[in-house]
Design a protein around this ligand. Structure first.
Ligand code: ADP
Ligand code: MG
Length: 390
């Protein structure tokens, strides 16, 4: 009989390392998941997003080896995966979850770095596929480990782009740069305002505890129905609308120009899509203004307006997330919205710190009444980005 794994994620990574490889890891590196406070489907429209790093982490325990080969084990899979330079240099040869690791090795090598061979063991508290970016967390933790083990010269401001390349060009998942920026550059007590066109970032104070507030992340547990096809359709619709309006991207439609722009669009659906993107960009900027002024509680109505816009104009919500938002608001949340690309995923609720149990219970009751799978609420706060533990 094997002993149960330790509860702490860093201890699980170490235990996994010892069990698979024997001996001690040379170090452990941790990267957080992230959640987007506001700014949905604005990224590929060259607009603004405002994510923050979560106190849920992926930890990699690792050591270098003398040959140029990489062995990686994750607690999500019984068997370790091993690959060498020939597998890495041809995107598509390493498949499944290990592609996220091979992708990082590939991106480093493509940027001209000599990547040390390594043995890696991965443990994580970031739920996979819930929209909290377990993918960027594993990329960032592996990247940090390889940079340190190899003594590579690579300033952290270049890490997000590199991790994004791993995911876009090796794994083949067409994501923007938000996730990697948040999990790498996140700062404790701050949200990260990211301009997706210029990649400029601004650390915006977001100290929930200081304000007596809390953020509840509720995993809707809704199965992602048709999410990929719907995402592609929204993206195409936005790109077509930008062409019709004669702008490089919808970010270039100012909120004050919206009323004049809408009649130029061919149909009601396109008008609603554009209205979501343009108003959502403005809500991100308005949120940043309030946070800079320390008015965190006042952000609530913007979150709720964002949800309504996703539900009615962008049409990317599902009953599970709508119900969670309604129940949280009815239980006294300052604001609530679905976060992430849509068709499931998580709901954020901004609440009084003392109200966490009551709001979570209200959502659980609403779910039970409708026969939905029990939601998974956790209280979160903004933490720092990827780091070496020891
Ligand atoms: P999200 O980033 O929202 O969690 P994605 O679909 O982008 O969802 O990424 C999830 C994928 O990332 C998983 O299916 C798996 O391939 C990989 N992954 C994430 N975390 C781990 C982990 N701890 N161990 C192994 N693979 C992981
Ligand atoms: Mg992801």
């Amino acid at each position: 009989m094997t002993a149960a794994p330790p509860a702490d994620v860093a201890a699980r990574a170490t235990a996994g390392f010892r069990q698979r490889y024997g001996g001690e890891p040379a170090g452990r590196w941790a990267a957080p998941g992230r959640v987007n406070l506001i700014g949905e489907h604005t990224d590929y429209n060259d607009g603004f997003v405002l994510p923050f790093a979560l106190p849920l982490r992926t930890v990699v325990a690792a050591t270098s080896r003398n040959d140029a080969r990489w062995t990686v084990w994750s607690e999500l899979d019984a068997a370790p995966v091993e690959f060498g330079p020939a597998d890495v240099d041809e995107p598509g040869r390493v498949t499944g979850w290990a592609a996220y690791v091979a992708g990082v090795v590939w991106a480093l090598r493509a940027a001209g770095h000599t990547v040390p061979g390594a043995r890696l063991a991965v443990a994580s508290d970031v739920p996979v596929g819930a929209g909290l970016s377990s993918s960027a967390a594993i990329e960032a933790a592996v990247l940090a480990a390889l940079v340190d083990l190899g003594g590579l010269h690579l300033p952290t401001d270049r890490w997000p782009r590199l991790a994004q390349r791993a995911e876009n060009d090796y794994v083949g998942a067409p994501t923007g740069i938000m996730d990697q920026s948040a999990v790498i550059r996140g700062r404790s007590g701050h949200a990260l305002l990211l301009d997706c066109r210029t990649e400029e970032i601004e650390q915006i104070p977001f100290d929930l505890a200081l304000a007596g507030l809390a953020m509840l992340v509720i995993d809707s547990r809704a199965p992602h129905r048709h999410a990929d096809g719907e995402y592609a359709a929204r993206r195409r619709s936005c790109e077509r609308a930008a062409r019709t309006l004669g702008v490089p991207a919808l970010r270039d439609v100012n909120i004050t120009d919206l009323d004049a722009a809408l009649p130029k669009l061919p149909d009601d659906e396109t008008r609603r899509r554009v209205r979501h993107v343009v108003t959502e960009d403005q809500r991100v900027l308005d949120t940043a203004v309030l946070l800079r002024a320390g008015l965190i509680g006042d952000v609530g109505p913007l979150l709720t307006a964002s949800h309504a816009s996703m539900r009615d104009d962008f049409e990317i919500t599902v009953p599970e997330v709508d119900i969670a938002v309604e129940a949280a608001l009815a239980a006294g949340a300052y604001g609530a919205r679905m976060t992430g690309g849509g068709f499931g995923g998580c709901v954020l609720a901004l609440i009084e710190a003392s109200a966490a149990d009551a709001v979570a219970a209200a959502v659980a009751t609403a779910y039970a009444e409708r026969g939905f799978a029990a939601p998974g609420p956790v209280t979160v706060f903004p933490t720092g980005g990827v780091t070496r533990l020891d």
